[in-house]
Design a protein around this ligand. Structure first.
Ligand code: MN
Length: 266
């Protein structure tokens, strides 16, 4: 009899295991389908790896660097529409007040406020576009990088998704330290992006195979960059060794290994 009771209890636990207990958790699951690269947590004692969930993207915030370690989002063709660029630069007030970066903090000659999740990829509504202008989504990028190779990959992805009826999981971030702005914001040496692109469909995680297209780039934050993104193609393995993060960690290990070792050649 005892055995039956235990079996019943176990079935009960598993039946409810998957139910999102709150909206924040549900959104986290959607945008972190490919895993949480740095095991960021919504725990204020983790001030340099603090998980922030917005409606359009999720990020790991780094208080000491004054910006995100990475930002992750999902892109479908419906995210790209007619809403106007809001230019609504603002502090991310979901962070504790003494962690805030103000728009005026990120001003330095030769540098732009560069988006990690691009404004153009959240043009389905005014509200979602505003969110991309939160300073937690901004990083000091040289004008040459922001308007050159970085922009060229953004544009390529924004054209490819609707044209090929695809969707993508994208992670972008920065690493390295080549100086500080107002002793608040670290200027990164490099910015990277990983885009996992697949035809539209359901059950995303299960549809990713060893043949799924993965674009990974590592771009120096310099003023003499080349303008085309293909000059900066690398492997996810390389980005993992540079950042210390584990990307694509929720994939089956054999698939993860193949996708992380490959270089995009389309
Ligand atoms: Mn990995």
């Amino acid at each position: 009899m005892k055995r039956f009771i235990y079996t019943f209890l176990l079935l009960f636990v598993f039946a409810f295991w998957d139910l999102p207990t709150n909206p924040v958790l549900a959104q986290t699951e959607v945008k972190l389908v490919l895993g949480n690269p740095s095991n960021a947590a919504a725990d204020l004692t983790e001030s340099n790896n603090y998980l922030v969930v917005h409606s359009g993207f999720i990020l790991s915030y780094n208080k000491d660097r004054g910006g995100a370690n990475w930002v992750a989002w999902h892109l479908s063709k419906t995210d790209i529409a007619d809403a106007e660029r809001t230019n609504a630069f603002a502090p991310d007030t979901s962070l504790p007040r003494d962690w805030w970066i103000k728009p005026t903090d990120l001003i330095l000659k030769g540098y732009d406020r560069g988006h990690l999740c691009p404004s153009e990829e959240r043009t389905d509504s005014d509200k979602n576009n505003r969110e991309t202008f939160l300073m937690s989504n901004m990083v000091p990028q040289t004008a040459r990088l922001n308007r050159g190779a970085w922009k060229s990959l953004e544009t390529y992805i924004q054209k490819t998704i609707p044209k090929t009826n695809s969707e993508a999981y994208i992670i972008a971030g920065c690493y390295g330290d080549k100086g500080r702005i107002k002793d608040k914001i670290t200027i990164p040496t490099n910015c990277y992006k990983i885009a996992v692109i697949m035809p539209e469909g359901d059950n995303d995680l299960r549809r990713i195979t060893k043949n799924t297209r993965v674009i990974a780039v590592d771009m120096p934050n310099e003023s003499d960059n080349k303008s085309g993104w293909r000059n900066y193609i690398t492997t996810v393995d390389d980005l993992e060794s540079k950042t210390g993060y584990d990307f694509l960690s929720s994939l089956p290990k054999q698939i993860e290994a193949v996708l992380e070792a490959g270089k995009d050649n389309k």
